[in-house]
Design a protein around this ligand. Structure first.
Ligand SMILES: NC(=O)c1ccc[n+]([C@@H]2O[C@H](COP(=O)([O-])OP(=O)(O)OC[C@H]3O[C@@H](n4cnc5c(N)ncnc54)[C@H](OP(=O)(O)O)[C@@H]3O)[C@@H](O)[C@H]2O)c1
Length: 292
């Protein structure tokens, strides 16, 4: 039987640790880390994510400052708000929920977040630091989803050194930083994408396979090596019938589970880890500012 990587449980462990850390911070500084959450418009999935992130932040004692802006908000006003938050000492982390409306340039907005408050780890300076640093330095602002994947892998207590790791997907928020993190764990890393030739055979060579594609149940048993470790990042909603739908990953779990040594489920795998890592980044930002 494969080991099912229970993201809810691992995320809860991280949140429990953060809660204690934040209690100690409160005793020492008489204040708690602050996270500003900005949502522009009313995309339903974004509202769900913002609600989950806000709830989790409050649970661990992070002070959440909510900014829910109109869909019609212009880019300058959004950047002005971010500048205010950059200069607000009560704010340690700033999260801009993506996607932004089409009339706003996402890159310019993300670049306007002060790097030391970049709770998502998307600012070019933090991307550069992640790329340059030799090891997975816990003081870095690391993109939350790939960092969550790494923490799930660490739960297995397997030696990652020299393992063949294949990352499917090369996005800035998942695929690329995931490859960086695995490289620093001394894995031999291959990144594959929609233009890769012989993708199936490359994946079949993977000791560790990370699927971040955005295509429901795309990776089947023929892509997977016997005994591999699978992290499924995908979140896809599929229709069961006219009334019902369900969430599935990028991996065909029912087919693959009997072939692998460990696999993360969807839901309940990477998703909760992403949220916990956002809280970790916010707390790390507070510590970097106040303990040095
Ligand atoms: N669990 C979480 O917390 C969490 C967080 C973020 C994202 N996600 C989920 O993770 C998935 C990926 O997210 P993302 O933001 O990285 O998506 P994205 O920006 O759309 O990137 C998808 C990547 O998959 C590659 N791809 C697409 N079709 C492919 C194919 N047929 N064969 C091989 N590669 C293919 C693309 O290649 P090209 O670059 O060549 O187009 C691209 O690099 C989505 O399901 C998303 O919902 C989950």
């Amino acid at each position: 039987m494969p080991r099912i990587l229970d993201g809810k449980k691992v995320a809860q462990k991280l949140k429990d640790q953060l809660k204690v850390e934040i209690e100690n911070i409160k005793l020492k500084f008489n204040r708690t880390p602050g996270l500003a959450v900005i949502q522009v418009g009313n995309v339903a999935a974004s509202s769900v994510y913002v609600k989950a992130k806000t709830k989790a932040a409050k649970e661990v004692g992070i002070n959440v400052i909510d900014h829910h802006l109109e869909e019609s908000t212009n880019q300058n006003d959004l950047i002005n708000l971010i500048n205010e938050l950059n200069n607000n000492d009560d704010v340690n982390g700033i999260l801009v929920q993506l996607p932004l409306p089409n009339h706003i340039n996402e890159e310019m907005v993300l670049n306007s977040i002060a790097p030391d408050k970049d709770a998502d780890g998307f600012h070019p300076l933090n991307v550069g630091k992640l790329s340059i640093s030799q090891k997975n330095d816990e003081s870095l602002m690391i993109p939350c989803t790939p960092y969550g994947c790494l923490l799930l892998l660490r739960e297995l207590n397997v030696d990652l050194v020299g393992k063949n790791a294949v990352v499917i997907g090369r996005s800035n928020i998942v695929g690329k930083p995931m490859a960086q993190l695995l490289l620093k764990e001394s894995c031999t890393v291959t990144t594959v994408h929609s233009k890769t030739k012989n993708i199936e055979s490359i994946c079949k060579n993977a000791d560790i396979l990370i699927a971040a594609i955005g295509k429901p149940e795309f990776v089947n048993k023929d892509w997977v090596k016997e005994g591999a470790i699978i992290i499924d990042v995908g979140i896809n909603r599929i229709k069961i019938n006219e009334e019902k739908s369900k969430l599935v990953g990028d991996v065909l779990f029912s087919e693959v589970e009997n072939k692998v040594s460990a696999i993360s489920p969807v839901p309940g795998g990477v998703g909760p880890m992403t949220i916990a890592c956002l809280l970790r980044n916010t707390t790390a930002a507070f510590k970097l500012k106040n303990y040095n």
